[in-house]
Design a protein around this ligand. Structure first.
Ligand SMILES: NC(=O)c1ccc[n+]([C@@H]2O[C@H](COP(=O)([O-])OP(=O)(O)OC[C@H]3O[C@@H](n4cnc5c(N)ncnc54)[C@H](OP(=O)(O)O)[C@@H]3O)[C@@H](O)[C@H]2O)c1
Length: 255
């Protein structure tokens, strides 16, 4: 299938490792131009070099998506470098540790507000695109009602993100802007959260991996393939969808 992404211009937040990086790799292979951010410059440089080696036009610069002023500046430069915008893939999550009110406020910023901000910055640009699309990276934590204590606020924010994305799909459908989510289950990659668990608590890792119907954790490219499809003109009649990519972990009918 031709995803018709050649020459499309895409922003991917948090693309220096894991799922975001795999999304960047997939977009580069499809011939899209890509702008990325993360906080660490070294990871950005490595990713941008890889995208360029795959033949893509790529731009990257360190920024923290939680800093509204800096992020808006970064976003403007990214759009300028790309020469417009067709696709936003809002992927960042920042694992916030803490407790109490401050922890909830920090998680709100890290897992909801910055996605809303990215979307609002993108809309005026996307209105000028012939095939505008947004994909938010959510989590099955948005659905689960039994999460470890450190993921309680994260799950609630991902649930709010799901509501926001669905509403925006309706509001902006008249502009042709499609808005979808992917909701990964546990995804393992070197340097990621589950890799740390694998090293420190292998029994917990094995238990988590065994929960899916497929009996294993997912890999970043398995989320990226779906996210890039949803962002592509090949998914032109899909909007407001929340696609679980969890190997069948959630044992509910997905109506
Ligand atoms: N991995 C999983 O098992 C899993 C499961 C379900 C959902 N998800 C979702 O998938 C998405 C990606 O997670 P991941 O596990 O692949 O990657 P990750 O290890 O959480 O890394 C996220 C990426 O975002 C960047 N980043 C983090 N905080 C940032 C900030 N404040 N400003 C700018 N960039 C920032 C990171 O680089 P820097 O650290 O250099 O900033 C990195 O490039 C998240 O939305 C997560 O909730 C992941």
């Amino acid at each position: 299938m031709d995803l018709q992404l050649k020459g499309k211009r895409a922003i991917v937040t948090g693309a220096s490792r894991g799922i975001g990086r795999a999304i960047g790799d997939a977009l580069a292979r499809e011939g899209a131009s890509i702008a990325i951010c993360a906080r660490g410059q070294a990871g950005i440089d490595e990713a941008v070099s890889a995208f360029q080696a795959a033949g893509a036009k790529a731009y990257g610069e360190a920024t923290d998506v939680r800093d509204s002023k800096k992020f808006a500046g970064w976003f403007g430069r990214a759009v300028e470098q790309l020469g417009g915008l067709d696709v936003l893939i809002s992927n960042v999550s920042t694992r916030v540790e803490g407790s109490g009110d401050q922890w909830w406020r920090d998680t709100f910023e890290a897992d909801l507000q910055q996605h809303v901000r990215a979307f609002e910055l993108a809309v005026p640009q996307l209105k000028q695109s012939a095939s505008p699309a947004v994909v938010f990276v959510s989590s099955i934590a948005s659905t689960l009602t039994q999460l470890p204590p450190y993921e309680v606020a994260y799950g609630a924010m991902k649930a709010a993100l799901t509501s926001f994305a669905g509403q925006m799909a309706v509001v902006h459908g008249k502009h042709g802007i499609r808005v979808n989510l992917v909701a990964p289950g546990p995804i393992d990659f070197e340097g990621g959260f589950w890799d740390d668990v694998k090293q420190a608590q292998p029994a917990i890792f094995d238990r988590a991996a065994s929960l899916s119907a497929l009996g294993r954790m997912g890999r970043p490219h398995e989320v990226a393939n779906a996210a890039v499809f949803l962002a592509s003109p090949a998914a032109s009649y899909i909007t407001g969808a929340n696609l679980r990519i969890d190997g069948g972990l959630l044992r509910t009918a997905n109506f």
